[in-house]
Design a protein. Structure first.
Length: 312
């Protein structure tokens, strides 16, 4: 689907009284809203690896995910990897239980393939026990959530939760922060500091690319950078299409306004976007001052920790 058509449909959905249902139907019919049990496997593997690399094993961890979406693939995987508890929050209540059921039933039937794709040891006692629980309740997602300890909070604003201080070991998100306005991201990170244990981690995998390019190969991942803030708001300033268009440098600046330390970052540069910039693609003046490499960064990973961790 061409990006302008999709943008128009999403904008229309934003005005309709039944916009959520209309958008969901459109995504199922023409978009990517399908079961796809392995759709987040590479990100889950990355998340588990990073958490363990920086001293926070998933086994026994209390985890908060920001951005539940339609299918809680990350919480399900973290449960199978051994997390003590997983809470997942979303500003909008859009979980699709039929798709969740399809995911659970596929995982129940394909434990080894799922585990290997996510970097989980399929022969461990923890995985075997938890997979058996999943298989028992695969046809009934609410029962599975209760049995597994996965808690779904929506609508919930991740920047101001009711969770107690120091109640989580890991605060994470996968392709969520790019859909949140900058000021709210700052507050979300401040809230993360409050609810993380002193040695806890915040790991966020961010997609700064033009999301319309995911389904329209005629435009590059930096296509949306040519528009002014006002123009882009007219095109995509609705609850279904909003992207903040922040670049990696902007996220570093936001972290600097909190009591979190940047332990690690990884920037992945898109070759096509970089070539376009070198060939004369001109971003809007709103993006003056960024290097070509920063503008062309279309995948960004950050690992954060409370600044006072060394003293605890």
């Amino acid at each position: 689907m061409r990006w302008k058509t999709k943008a128009l449909i999403m904008k229309l959905a934003g005005f309709l009284p039944a916009g959520v249902a209309f958008h969901s139907w459109g995504q199922r019919r023409f978009g990517n809203l399908q079961s796809k049990p392995l759709a987040r496997s590479s990100q889950l593997k990355e998340l588990i690896s990073l958490s363990e690399e920086f001293g926070q094993p998933i086994l026994g961890a209390r985890i908060l995910e920001v951005g539940s979406g339609h299918i809680p693939r990350i919480p399900i995987g973290l449960f199978l990897a051994g997390a003590e508890s997983v809470a997942t929050v979303d500003l909008n209540r859009r979980m699709q239980m039929d798709l969740v059921r399809q995911n659970l039933e596929w995982i129940a039937a394909n434990p080894t393939e799922f585990a290997e794709s996510c970097g989980i040891n399929s022969t461990s006692a923890t995985f075997r026990e938890r997979h058996a629980l999943l298989a028992e309740h695969a046809s009934n997602p609410p029962k599975f959530f209760r049995a597994s300890g996965i808690q779904y909070f929506a609508p919930t604003d991740a920047s101001k939760t009711d969770f107690p201080n120091e109640s989580f070991d890991l605060h994470c998100s996968v392709t969520t922060l790019e859909h949140i306005p900058p000021k709210i991201i700052r507050n979300l990170l401040i809230e993360a500091h409050r609810i993380l244990t002193p040695r806890g981690l915040a790991i966020h995998l961010i997609d700064p690319s033009d999301h319309f390019s995911h389904q329209d190969e005629t435009i590059s991942a930096i296509h949306f950078l040519k528009y002014s803030k006002r123009k882009w708001n007219v095109i995509a300033g609705n609850e279904f299409a909003y992207c903040n268009r922040l670049r990696a440098d902007d996220y570093v600046d936001l972290v600097g306004q909190t009591e979190l330390s940047l332990l690690s970052e990884k920037r992945t540069i898109d070759d096509r976007s970089l070539q376009e910039l070198r060939a004369g693609f001109v971003p809007h003046k709103d993006f003056n001052g960024y290097s070509k490499q920063t503008l062309a960064t279309t995948s960004y990973q950050v690992v954060l920790q409370p600044k006072d961790a060394k003293n605890k």
